[in-house]
Ligand binder design. Structure first.
Ligand SMILES: *[C@@H]1O[C@H](CO)[C@@H](O)[C@H](O)[C@H]1NC(C)=O
Length: 587
């Protein structure tokens, strides 16, 4: 997973709103995180649209538009929960938690793009040391749960439940980390694989993404076993080992194993890494991701006659490709705000529940429920913020280019690869169509034939000066994820109720309103891309503490860290989630 603390913080500063986050530092954003930008956009609303007449939001309206679970603390298992909460507050347990994560960070489980298969590429072998480490660090987990290794390094643990009629739950995390760029080694305050603990933070690559989550799950279970908890509902853990390189060897193989062992729709819910909780318009809000954007790379290649460069044509293949790229960049895919987009529900939640949302923005959002004019007005305002249009819409980025071999030879061939992140309410085929229509006039203008994903678009019976071909370079297209149920969903209710209870317990608070839960989605992809068939209830949420900009420390960049307090709260979260799911009767 993948937020960058620094990139995110700048989003909340209206002065910097028109600066997109550094692409280098941000792989994935959870859309909820950009609500701060909506607030800033609201100020512009005042001058642009008249105030919409809407009914004042009441508690009733809020419950209708943005239903909230009640805080859910284990009841049947309250004694176990209370014991473990007390333990979590002890100095002794804190030290143990630090050791668990620090030891995991010390093992350099980097994954790289384009790795050879397991058994061929020696870079996978480090996962053996990681497994040895887990084995000695979590003795009760390993003596109680059944472990299957999938494709050698994938870990699948099964914790049997006494009641076979209950659907199991699936908790997932990944063992691998993004490599440390050797050029940045100097910039690390502590060596990237030191796992250094300074009394408040645990430092190092993977401390947040995602060894914090993996250790959080294992620590919760080690704890539960140590106090004699025996589940009635089966729990399954799945830890991939190349999430940061698309999960081709890890989660993809694990998914096949889980499908054959458990079947389709076998799990009551899946919880993977993803959103966290943080401040949004004066409220504390948790942002579980209920969807992920889609993904597609398009190879755009141009061919035209070669020859000696002393007698050049008006445009070489490279010039033609440049014209195409310029056209693509000049015509971004216009983002849409439809009422069935998850982000629309995120906005509704902000409108009816946030303490300090701009009043005009709030009115416009509420009016947009029935007024198309208001919807267009909200759309026109929020999409002025580049970050929001990137998060909600389909994006393109020309990321790779090639062509030409010699200064005195005309290039017969030039190509580029355009990365697309597909809006949750669009599709691979819609994006192919948009790209094809965009390129068509350029093809005509320069007398080039056009073939798009195998379809011959231009008239095949006439001669052309050259050709344009759109194709899929790597076969890694991914449709947007199915949207997991959230309104009125028992699984989402347990997740939300658990979030509220753990937030309260960790701070000695009571009540249902100290933290709200808004639906959100990921702009990048987690290992869950392979798990769609296993459950319709897939939630990407790790209960990281993002308050005050903390808790998602420098993911994917230098000085990655996690506060030990945040790690302890994550362990409490997985503990309560397992207990609440175990005693739930409606899953
Ligand atoms: C396109 O290029 C081909 C090959 O050079 C040429 O035969 C044809 O006449 C051109 N067509 C147009 C419309 O310019």
């Amino acid at each position: 997973m993948s937020e960058k603390q620094k990139g995110l913080l700048s989003m909340f500063d209206p002065v910097k709103l028109d600066r997109p986050p550094s692409r280098k530092r941000v792989k994935t954003l959870v859309i909820g995180l950009c609500l701060g930008a909506v607030g800033a956009a609201g100020f512009a609303l005042r001058s642009i649209i008249p105030t919409f007449a809407v009914q004042e939001s009441s508690v009733h309206v809020a419950n209708e538009l943005c239903p909230q679970a009640r805080s859910m603390t284990p009841v049947k298992h309250s004694a176990i929960w209370n014991t473990l909460v007390e333990r979590s507050a002890s100095e002794e347990f804190k030290e143990r938690a630090v050791e668990w994560l620090s030891g995991a960070v010390k093992i350099r489980t980097e994954s790289y793009d384009y790795m050879e298969p397991v058994g061929v590429d020696p870079r996978w072998d480090v996962f053996g040391s990681f497994h040895d480490y887990l084995f000695q660090a979590f003795p009760l987990v390993h003596s109680t749960l059944a472990l299957t290794k999938v494709n050698t390094w994938g870990l699948v643990y099964v914790w049997p439940g006494s009641d076979g009629s209950l659907k199991p739950i699936l908790l997932t995390a990944h063992q691998d980390v993004v490599p440390v760029n050797p050029e940045t080694t100097d910039e690390w305050e502590y060596a990237p694989y030191s796992g250094h603990y300074d009394g408040e933070f645990i430092w190092g690559r993977g401390s947040s993404d995602d060894k914090g989550g993996l250790i959080g799950i294992l620590a919760a279970i080690e704890n539960l076993i140590s106090v004699g908890f025996e589940p009635s509902r089966k729990a399954v853990l799945a830890f991939g080992f190349d999430e940061e390189a698309s999960g081709l060897h890890g989660a993809r193989e694990i998914a096949k194993h889980l499908l054959s062992a458990f079947g389709e729709e076998a799990f009551a819910f899946i919880v993977d890494e993803g959103g966290n909780f943080q401040e949004s318009f004066g409220s504390v809000v948790a942002f579980p991701a209920v969807a992920e954007k889609g993904y597609m790379d398009v190879r755009l290649s141009v061919a035209s006659p070669g020859g000696h460069s002393s007698i050049p044509p008006k445009h070489t293949s490279i010039g033609l490709l440049a014209a195409l790229i310029a056209e693509i960049e000049a015509n971004p895919v216009a983002p849409k705000l439809s009422r069935d987009n998850v982000f629309y529900d995120t906005l509704l939640c902000a409108a009816v529940r946030s303490a300090e949302i701009d009043p005009d923005m709030k009115k416009a959002i509420l009016a947009s429920i029935i007024s198309d004019d208001a919807l267009r007005a909200v759309e026109s305002i929020i999409f002025k913020v580049p970050l929001i249009s990137s998060l909600v819409g389909t994006t393109r980025a020309v990321d790779i280019i090639g062509g030409g071999v010699k200064a005195n030879a005309l290039p017969e061939y030039a190509w580029a690869v355009i990365n697309h992140r597909i809006a949750t309410d669009s599709s691979v085929s819609e994006v192919i169509n948009i790209d094809t229509q965009l390129v068509k006039p350029i093809a005509a203008k320069f007398n080039l034939s056009l073939t798009s994903f195998g379809d011959v678009i231009t008239d095949p019976s006439v001669p052309y000066y050259g050709s344009i071909v759109l194709s899929d370079p790597w076969g890694n297209q991914l449709e947007p994820a199915p949207i997991s149920p959230y309104k009125g969903s028992a699984a989402f209710n347990i997740l939300s109720g658990t979030i509220k209870s753990v937030y309260n317990t960790h701070r000695g608070l009571n009540g249902d309103d100290n933290i709200e839960v808004y639906p959100s989605y990921m702009t990048g992809n987690t290992d869950t891309r392979y798990y769609w068939k296993l459950s319709e209830n897939i939630y990407r949420y790790g209960h990281g503490n993002g308050l005050g900009g903390r808790g998602i420390g420098n993911i994917h960049t230098v000085n990655e860290n996690i506060p030990v307090d945040s790690l302890l709260e994550m362990i409490e979260f997985f503990t309560a989630l397992i207990l609440n799911a175990d005693e739930a009767t409606d899953l």
